[in-house]
Structures are given as structure tokens and as C-alpha cells.
Design a protein around this ligand. Structure first.
Ligand SMILES: *Cc1c(COP(=O)(O)O)cnc(C)c1O
Length: 395
């Protein structure tokens, strides 16, 4: 079966010390890519430790690494999280679980959120994966495997407490409460649900879902409970239960807009300047000539485009940065390039082959998302595979 993970482009590992310079272009000559993505594994580890500390010792802090660790590279990110102390991981699909198993210790618990597709139950056992059972059909399939193998098999049970996406309904739970044989051979090691509105702390849906989880779980065999992903952790201890499962926060995305982001930024994306030119009033830029200069401008074309995850939608409000200087995007974003306004950069400071930041200290993932009318999750999971990737090691 083909691997779901594209093979990463060449990767190099730097020590944290070698990245101190804010505009370190020294590595550019060593690769041929149009842009360079630096992923700080130390920041991911710090974010994990901060979240774990926030929930306290009575709550397990799992780590969500679905979608290739939110686009940042499962093979590098999962071991870094394991070194930081994570020993419970979540992925979405069976394929992702199989891939993750190769990168973490056999004792690490891997939960697969979507549970088994029909006839895939054996593969969960073969790869040491624990399914999340979301429906009566998945429960029946898991029970049938337990019966065939004549043993008790652990599984997570997900309850739908109001999001209408995954999990057993209240009527499913009542059916199980009335017929204990439906769970025969299944050890419910954890009962989970998922919040729809955790990023808006004042939303009454949060408390309603929490109350519904408690009501529904009371009808099932006793098991540890879990409700919160990243944003839910910041709703307070009432939402921590026995386990939390952050993803986005590990990767630096703000848990909500109501408080400053306590997490460390993880990615820095620098694009190479391919060409610089001066344009005159009246000159147009890019497809459709949607930008027209009203006064003389110095512009640069840089080596990343929508094929690299620079969303076309971000053109109107987006920018690159050179140090403290904002460089607005001009006109439309092309597949492989973006044109930016570098008029404000003092003469001689930028030249072809130098880099400007698309994601960095002045423009984090959440800011890029706001400019493109989306969320940080989509920015990260859209990050392209043409970038030269550099991982900063961290303890
Ligand atoms: C993706 C996902 C998470 C992680 O969510 P974040 O908002 O990224 O922290 C947790 N639980 C479930 C069920 C998910 O689908």
C-alpha cells in the first residue's frame, strides 16, 4: 500500500545555536529550493511541556500528530514529543497510525480517531494501535475481532455530545446500557468527546457538551474521560478530565483570540528573492494585472506560490517581512512565485538570492491566517513539500 506521507524533500538538522541570527541566509547556497521552512522541535517540546504543566499531574497530556503532524513532519515531530515526555498520541487514520508506530517506542499508546474501516480491525492489533470506536458498527466489528481472537481488546469510545460529527448518540449509549453483551470482549480504556466551540470560551455550548459527556458516560462502564483539544485546555480545569489531546497548540497556534498566545512559535518560512525590478506609475503586476503602480516602486519576485501553500486568498492583505519592514504582496499569488513591494527597504539591503520571511517573528501562523481569511490550522497543513526543510533540534 502506498504511504500517505509524501517523502520529505532533503532535510537538515541544525543545533539551536546555529540559528541565532535573525536573517540567517548562510544556508541558502546549500540548497536549490525557492523557499526554506525552519521547524523548531525545541519550541514544540516546550509547548508540550507548557500544556502538560497547565493540566497538572492528574491529567495525561496526549499529543495529536494527525496530517503529518499538522504538516510539520511526523518522523521528526513525534520523536521530539516523545522525548519531551508524551506517551499517548492521536492520529486520524489507520495509515497514519501505522506510519507513527515506526517512529515511537512500542510502549507508546497510539489512538486512531476515525476507528477501523470494515475489515481493518486486524491491522490495528498487528500494529499496536488502539481504535476510537465512533459507531455501533465499529463496536460490533471490534467485538467480533475480540471474539475471534478470544481475548479482551482495549478501545476508546467516542460520544457525540453535540457536534454531530463523530461518536455514539445518546440513543446508542442507551442501547448499550440495556445490553451489556454489546461491549463483550471490549475494554473501554477511555471515553472521549470533542468540543465544537472551545475557541470561544464564553460560548454556552462548552458547558452543555461537558454536562452531556458526564450524563452519557454515567450510562457506560466506568472509564477515564477526555474532552479537550488545544482550546479546551484553556477553558480551565473543569475541562481537563483524565486526558487532554492538544494538536494545534503544540505547533504554536493560539488557542483563542481572547488572550495573548502563551505558546512558542514553531515555524519560520523564508522565500528566496529570484528577481528585483523597478516599475513606473501605470505598470501592472501579475496575472490579471490586478495591481497597478501609482508611483515608482521597487518590487521583488520570490520563490513560493500557491503550490507551496501560500493561499491565493492571502494576496489582498498578505505580506512578507524583511526584519522589521513589511513588504506587501502585490497583485495575485502565482503557482510558484509571489511579487512583493520592497520599496521601503533601504537601497542595497536586498538582492537576488537573499531571503524574506513569509512566516516569522512579525508574521506568525495566526497572522498569515487572518490575512488569508482562514485559520492557522489550514496554513500549517497547506505547507508545501517543495520547501527546503530544516529542523532545529531541541531538548
Ligand atoms: C484534531 C483533533 C484534536 C486536536 O485538535 P487541536 O484543536 O488541533 O488541538 C483533538 N481531538 C480530536 C477529536 C480531533 O479531531
Amino acid at each position: 500500500m502506498p504511504s500517505p506521507m509524501p517523502e520529505p524533500v532533503p532535510v537538515s538538522i541544525q543545533s539551536p545555536a546555529s540559528t541565532s541570527s535573525p536573517n540567517a541566509f548562510s544556508h541558502w547556497p546549500r540548497h536549490r529550493a525557492g523557499a526554506s521552512l525552519r521547524i523548531d522541535l525545541g519550541a514544540i517540546a516546550d509547548n508540550y511541556r507548557l500544556l502538560r504543566q497547565k493540566v497538572g499531574a492528574g491529567t495525561t497530556c496526549a499529543a495529536v500528530v494527525k496530517a503529518d503532524a499538522y504538516g510539520l513532519g511526523l518522523a521528526q515531530v513525534a520523536p521530539a514529543l516523545e522525548r519531551a515526555g508524551a506517551d499517548h498520541f492521536y492520529v486520524a487514520h489507520l495509515e497514519e497510525g501505522i506510519a507513527l508506530r515506526r517512529h515511537v517506542a512500542p510502549t507508546v499508546r497510539i489512538f486512531v480517531l476515525h476507528g477501523p474501516l470494515p475489515e481493518t480491525e486486524e491491522e490495528f492489533v498487528a500494529h499496536g494501535l488502539t481504535p476510537v470506536l465512533n459507531s455501533m458498527e465499529q463496536i460490533a466489528g471490534w467485538r467480533a475481532l475480540a471474539r475471534r481472537e478470544n481475548r479482551v481488546l482495549p478501545a476508546v469510545i467516542q460520544l457525540d455530545t453535540g457536534m454531530s460529527r463523530f461518536g455514539l448518540s445518546m440513543s446508542d449509549v442507551r442501547t448499550i446500557a440495556d445490553d451489556a453483551t454489546l461491549l463483550e470482549g471490549i475494554d473501554p480504556c477511555l471515553i472521549i468527546s470533542h468540543l465544537a466551540c472551545a475557541d470561544t470560551p464564553d460560548n454556552p455550548a462548552n458547558a452543555q457538551q461537558r454536562a452531556q459527556l458526564i450524563r452519557m458516560a454515567a450510562l457506560l462502564p466506568p472509564a477515564p474521560l477526555a474532552l479537550s483539544a488545544s482550546s479546551g485546555i484553556f477553558l480551565g480545569p473543569d475541562y481537563h478530565f483524565d486526558m487532554v489531546r492538544p494538536g494545534a497548540a503544540l505547533y504554536g497556534i493560539a488557542p483563542n483570540e481572547t488572550a495573548p498566545n502563551p505558546l512558542r512559535p514553531v515555524v519560520k518560512l523564508s522565500a528566496r528573492i529570484l528577481q528585483i525590478r523597478d516599475i513606473a506609475p501605470g505598470d501592472g503586476v501579475g496575472y490579471g494585472l490586478t495591481y497597478r503602480a501609482t508611483r515608482p516602486r521597487r518590487i521583488a519576485t520570490i520563490g513560493a506560490g500557491y503550490a507551496d501553500g501560500c493561499l491565493r486568498q492571502g494576496a489582498g492583505h498578505g505580506a512578507a517581512w524583511f526584519g522589521e519592514i513589511r513588504l506587501p504582496i502585490l497583485g495575485r499569488i502565482s503557482m510558484d512565485s509571489i511579487t512583493i513591494d520592497i520599496t521601503d527597504v533601504p537601497e542595497g539591503q536586498l538582492a537576488p538570492d537573499m531571503g524574506v520571511d513569509l512566516l516569522g517573528p512579525h508574521h506568525d501562523v495566526d497572522a498569515a491566517a487572518r490575512a488569508a481569511g482562514t485559520i492557522g490550522y489550514e496554513i500549517l497543513t497547506s505547507l508545501g513539500h517543495r520547501y527546503h526543510r530544516t529542523y532545529v533540534a531541541g531538548g
